[in-house]
Write a protein that binds this ligand. Structure first.
Ligand code: SF4
Ligand code: SF4
Length: 204
């Protein structure tokens, strides 16, 4: 469950996104995305967890699925196939280049918005965040240097695995029973922090 402030911020940006799509000015959204890239250098992927309209609607779909008790399918991709992410990213870049060379406007972001939304009806959010979203692939690069990030206090952690279970980005990793958060993949969605009963997770 999101905290109220986060939900209000997410819904406000979603409304802005839909307004820009509706008025044919969705390209202006790229200014916000670029700001998210710069922010990620210091504050991690706040864009993903707090601003991205794709993530916001995916959260809504997941919430409805949970309420209805719908399980869906398991993620068909695994970390053993990291190249898929880069293949999707290459297609994304090729689409942009085609758009620039031909002068034809291709609605990439609205198309990805629809794909992310549809996929979430059938699969966990991890599929999109970890393996498919090209914007996430871009943001994962500056996030590697972020000063502020989600972190687990090893003194408090009891290795209960709840954070790993609730993470929508498969960003919680386990080595020798020690749980850590991969800041490159973390969306700063705060779901782990809200669910950790030991209070072991913080944004610092
Ligand atoms: S939910 Fe909290 S206690 Fe459980 S593994 Fe994650 S950080 Fe550790
Ligand atoms: S590690 Fe926590 S904050 Fe980061 S994406 Fe996963 S649940 Fe969200």
């Amino acid at each position: 469950m999101k905290n109220k402030l986060q939900l209000i911020i997410q819904l406000t940006f979603l409304a802005l996104f839909l307004f820009l799509v509706g008025t044919g000015r969705v390209q202006l959204w790229m200014g916000l995305f670029l700001l998210g890239v710069v922010l990620a250098l210091l504050l991690s992927r706040l864009y993903c967890g707090w601003i991205c309209p794709i993530n916001t609607v995916m959260n809504g779909v997941s919430w409805v699925k949970k309420k209805l008790g719908l399980k869906g399918y398991k993620t068909p991709l695994t970390r053993t196939k990291p190249w898929i992410r880069y293949l999707v990213f290459a297609l994304f870049v090729a689409t942009f280049i085609t758009s620039m060379v031909t002068g034809r406007q291709i609605p990439v972001l609205p198309a990805l918005f629809a794909i992310g939304l549809i996929l979430t009806f059938f699969f966990p959010e991890q599929l999109w965040h970890r393996y498919l979203c090209p914007y996430g692939t871009i943001l994962s690069l500056p996030a590697t240097t972020a000063r502020y990030t989600m972190a687990i206090d090893q003194e408090k952690c009891t290795s209960c695995a709840i954070c790993k279970k609730v993470c929508p980005a498969d960003a919680v990793e386990v080595n020798d029973k020690q749980y850590t958060i991969n800041k490159k993949e973390c969306l700063v969605c705060l779901d782990c922090l809200a669910n950790c009963k030991e209070g072991a997770i913080s944004y610092c």
